[in-house]
Design a protein around this ligand. Structure first.
Ligand code: S3P
Length: 433
């Protein structure tokens, strides 16, 4: 439990921790490459440590530089080099849907049996979305409780390429299929209804895989003989920056510099929506264009107005939608978020969690099946917030607490360790007088 107080303003400078999606992939693809992958800016959060632990159990030695946080070397054993220390191997993916789903694609073509399970949240999230395409490739992935969820039993089998149209835009599904395609006979193509984040495509290409994009919704991979290590610099996570962007925009008199924020165009929807709402955000020092672009953001408090967030932009800010709903609650006019039914199957049902929390604080919000309608401009007051042990709900309401009249109590703040272990320290650093 944590009690939070309103603050006068947000000021100063912050560097948010490394991108979670890119950190997961650095461990995964570094493990499958033959040789040493050096990683800097790695996110040392619970989710990424779950991925690391899975690969440790598959025989991969990952060396951490204790003097430089976020710096490590993955001693990859090559594309056919995963050797579990015992068989069948049991892997635990914790709270991480990314680990669970992408690992399913990596494990399906191996020559051993894996049992893959997560915590209660992961084990209640839909896995049929990866089981169906992987099994269509010849895989043998079974939901052990027969409920289309983890725990999964993955019996390694030879795979063949397919062309698969995913019903939902999801980088986790796409990445699982592409990873399986690395081992499959023939080509594997994924077609999405809208473009999802493309970190897998970028990083696997850099490691030497043959990946061809046709527009931004169709990607094809050919089987790889081997992957070659490359050094990876992980930019700051725009999903973590989003809380500070919102805090600085919404709290009058604020000005904040956020350094090294990843701005890959499949992730930057929050900046585009903020701009549409009238935000004053400047990008400076844009760099990293050859792999993953990043920049410094200068954010100034702004009088926001409502907007409609829908369609292809949704996957580019899916994790930021809770904090966009908060921005809508403070903005003047109505904000509509739709086409975001995926929010119901995240770490918690985020449509329910956001609606409950914002309504408790006095906002005028109505839940829909695929989003929210928020009639902004109502003053927020402190309340008891149920976080549902969801890191993004906890951080969204930590920002809301800065703007509210009176104290706000989070029932569980420890869940921020999933993506941002030092969140409250960093927040205090830019809000204390
Ligand atoms: C992620 C993809 C997204 C996102 C998640 C991380 C990834 O999930 O919400 O936090 O790293 O591939 P979906 O693939 O379910 O959209």
């Amino acid at each position: 439990m944590l009690t939070l107080h309103p603050v006068p303003r947000v000021r100063g400078e912050i560097t948010v921790p490394g991108d979670k999606s890119i950190s997961h992939r650095a461990i995964m693809f570094g493990s499958l490459a033959k040789g040493d992958t050096h990683v800097t800016g790695f996110l040392e959060s619970a989710d990424c440590l779950s991925t690391m632990d899975c690969f440790n159990r598959l025989g991969i030695y990952i060396e951490k530089d204790w003097e430089h946080p976020g710096t490590l070397t993955v001693h990859g054993t090559g594309i056919h080099g995963l050797y579990p220390s015992y068989s069948p191997v049991a892997l635990y993916s914790g709270n991480s849907g990314t680990t669970t789903r992408i690992m399913t694609g990596i494990l399906a073509p191996q020559r051993f049996i894996t049992y893959l399970s997560g915590d209660d949240s992961v084990n209640s999230r839909p896995m049929k979305r990866v089981m169906d395409p992987i099994n269509a490739m010849g895989g043998n992935v079974v939901s052990m409780n027969d409920d289309n969820c983890a725990p999964l039993k993955i019996t390694g089998a030879p795979l063949h390429g397919i062309t698969y149209k995913t019903p939902v835009a999801s980088a986790q599904i796409k990445s699982a299929i592409l990873c399986a395609g690395l081992y499959a006979e023939g080509e594997t193509t994924v077609i999405e209804p809208a473009p999802s984040r493309d970190h897998t495509e970028r990083m696997l290409s850099a490691f030497g895989a043959s990946i061809v994009k046709d527009g931004n919704k169709r990607v094809t991979i050919r089987p790889a003989q081997q992957l070659h290590p490359v050094d990876i610099t992980v930019p700051g996570d725009i999903s973590s920056a989003a809380y500070f962007i919102a805090a600085a925009l919404l709290k009058p008199g604020s000005e904040l510099v956020i350094r090294n924020v990843g701005i890959n165009s499949t992730r930057d929807g929050i900046l585009r929506v903020a701009e549409a709402m009238g935000a004053d955000i400047k990008k400076e020092n844009i760099r990293g264009q050859e792999s993953e672009p990043y920049c410094d953001l200068i954010v100034k408090s702004s009088a926001l107005h409502g907007t409609t967030v829908e369609g292809d932009i949704i996957p580019t800010l899916i994790d930021e939608l809770p904090v966009v709903a908060l921005m809508g609650a403070i903005a003047c006019g109505t904000t509509i978020i739709r086409d975001a039914a995926e929010l119901k199957v995240k770490e918690s049902d985020r449509i329910a969690a956001v609606t409950e929390g914002l309504a408790a604080m006095g906002a005028d919000i109505t839940a829909a099946d695929d989003g929210f309608v928020i009639r902004g401009g109502k003053p927020l007051h402190g309340a008891n917030i149920h976080t549902f042990k969801d890191h993004r709900i906890a951080m969204t309401f930590a920002v809301a607490s800065l703007l509210a009249d009176g104290d706000t109590v989070l029932d569980d703040e420890t869940c921020v360790s999933i993506s941002y272990p030092d969140f409250f320290r960093d927040l205090a650093g830019v809000t204390e007088e």
